[in-house]
Ligand binder design. Structure first.
Ligand SMILES: CC(C)(COP(=O)(O)OP(=O)(O)OC[C@H]1O[C@@H](n2cnc3c(N)ncnc32)[C@H](O)[C@@H]1OP(=O)(O)O)[C@@H](O)C(=O)NCCC(=O)NCCS
Length: 134
């Protein structure tokens, strides 16, 4: 079952994110997570199974475009449609809010997942700059 993320979920969401190798960045703190949650303004969701959080998604409506911040499903719960449900849920809400496009900087390993759901490479390129070197 998908439901809106609550502030009380953040410790469990952190454990989920930390269970995925290289997902949780060294510089991130509890405040980083809380800010990611607060700034998403109701566009963060969890998938709950047997009263446990099995997956999470953080979305953002940036006005000009929608953005997928983070998406993760516990390894043992993968390939059961949870990631798909979470992503389609976010996409539908962003569409209703008038977002023309959703973007994400996706992991290469997750590329087949996104492509199956209709995602494709944009004509633009993603650039980044490290602001804190660790
Ligand atoms: C990517 C991720 C969220 C997918 O979650 P999931 O619950 O396993 O995905 P689903 O079961 O909903 O998969 C939807 C479809 O994509 C396919 N799929 C999922 N992961 C796949 C992969 N790595 N390679 C190929 N196909 C994949 C599924 O087989 C399914 O296909 P179907 O609809 O034909 O049955 C999950 O693997 C994960 O948390 N990975 C680690 C973190 C990560 O990569 N997050 C995204 C970073 S941007």
């Amino acid at each position: 079952m998908i439901r809106k993320m609550k502030k009380e979920d953040l410790p469990a969401v952190k454990s989920l994110m930390q269970s995925v190798p290289k997902f949780w960045h060294e510089v991130w703190t509890d405040e980083t997570l809380e800010r990611g949650f607060t700034v998403s303004e109701g566009l963060s969701f969890v998938y709950e199974a047997d009263n446990q959080i099995a997956g999470c998604i953080f979305g953002y409506n940036l006005g000009f475009r929608g953005y997928l911040g983070e998406l993760a499903v516990y390894e043992k719960m993968r390939k059961h449609g949870i990631g798909k449900k979470l992503l389609l849920h976010l996409e539908n809400i962003l569409r209703e809010q008038g977002c023309e496009i959703i973007i994400a900087d996706a992991w290469k390993t997750a590329e087949p997942f996104y492509r199956k759901l209709g995602w494709s490479e944009p004509h633009t390129m993603l650039l980044h700059k490290k602001l804190i070197d660790k």
